[in-house]
Design a protein around this ligand. Structure first.
Ligand code: AHM
Ligand code: MG
Length: 344
């Protein structure tokens, strides 16, 4: 049993670990925690309220937004605005960067306020993913260089899973810690100190409905997962919720790989680098795992646009290495052309 500690107590205790420690990052994390509690409350009562369902708006990715997405987006922006530590937000739900205008604020937040939103109507787990950067430009107007920093420049990242209980998991580059919301006292309490992910897992998570569109190396890896081999505990289990936070959270704790590869029609995959892939890569690496686009470490990829997508293979280190090896091999092409360095 970990020692009883709230998220607030833990953040203050760890503040001194941080090189720029003046308390701003701690306050920023605290503000995200507060907004998460409010979103958690709304997610939990979604089935009871008229809040459920489509708002009618379409986000810039061309996907229909649902009311809870809009609510979560507004909630996180409002918490970060009133906290005054954040100068700009890049959100999945906003076409452009939202400037908060706080003079002297040194942090930038990239966020997917409600990930896995196709799960809202069916009471399945949802999540929030966030990433925190220090601005490069010092003061004055925010520049795109401030926003489009590679994942390696993250100072903190985390996710909140709204599941059978609500958990907040985050890293500031010194390991990963998880906190479970105790609704009776309204506090996130340390429940998963120093999370480490197994080097070799037994779960693979991928939307196999897209199988015929995957590169040969991905297909071979799926077959590898399914083949019998008692020494390596294969076949592995296939588990896919369709909510990246929920799929990754399970795999982080139990060991496994989550994949959203490129396909011939979507050569960059589906998931967004800035507020989905990079924060998850930071967390998983800090827990001892790996994250790759198949060729390159996710956190080394350069961003040229806000809502840029990337293929992702993330989780237990041995599994990611294995899929990278198969992708690098000379696969029999199943599609014409080479996109994004991958053979189809
Ligand atoms: P969203 O941000 O619109 O919710 O989409 C992201 C989600 C991820 O959580 C999940 O891993 C993926 O989309 C599932 O996509 P698919 O339905 O194509 O398997
Ligand atoms: Mg998302």
């Amino acid at each position: 049993m970990p020692e009883f500690k709230t998220l607030g107590q833990f953040i203050i205790e760890k503040q001194a670990d941080f090189p720029f420690a003046k308390g701003e990052l701690s306050r920023l994390l605290r503000d995200i925690g507060i907004a998460a509690k409010i979103v958690s409350r709304e997610v939990n009562k979604a089935g009871l309220m008229d809040i459920l369902g489509h708002s009618g708006a379409v986000n810039i990715q061309g996907e229909s937004q649902q009311k809870l997405d809009v609510f979560a987006n507004a909630q996180f922006i409002s918490a970060l605005r009133s906290g005054e530590e954040c100068c700009a937000i890049a959100s999945e739900e906003e076409e452009d960067v939202v400037g908060l205008g706080g003079s002297g604020a040194q942090y930038i937040v990239a966020i997917d306020p409600l990930d896995g939103s196709s799960n809202i109507d069916v009471n399945a787990p949802l999540g929030t993913i966030f990433s925190i950067y220090r601005r490069l430009s010092g003061d004055g107007s925010i520049t795109m260089e401030d926003i489009l920093q590679p994942g390696e420049a993250q100072v903190a990242a985390g996710y909140i899973i709204y599941g059978s209980s609500t958990m907040l998991v985050y890293t500031t580059g010194k390991g990963v810690n998880g906190f479970t919301l105790d609704p009776s006292i309204g506090e996130f309490c340390l429940s998963h100190p120093d999370i480490r992910t197994p080097a070799e897992g037994r779960i693979y998570s991928i939307n196999e409905g897209n199988y015929i569109h995957f590169a040969g190396g991905v297909k071979r890896y799926i077959k590898f997962c399914q083949e019998k081999d008692e020494r390596t505990y294969r076949p592995f289990d296939s588990r896919y919720i369709g909510s990246m936070v929920a799929d990754l959270h399970r795999n982080l704790l139990k060991g496994g790989i989550f994949m959203y590869p490129a396909t011939a029609s979507s050569p960059k995959g589906k998931l967004r680098l800035l507020y989905e892939c990079n924060p998850m890569a930071f967390i998983v690496e800090q827990a001892g795992g790996m994250a790759s686009d198949g060729l390159t470490r996710i956190m080394e990829l350069q961003l040229s646009e806000l809502h840029q997508r990337s293929p992702i293979f993330i989780g237990s280190a041995q599994m990611v290495r294995q899929v990278e090896k198969l992708l690098a091999g000379n696969e029999v092409p199943t599609f014409e052309g080479v996109e994004n360095g991958l053979k189809f």
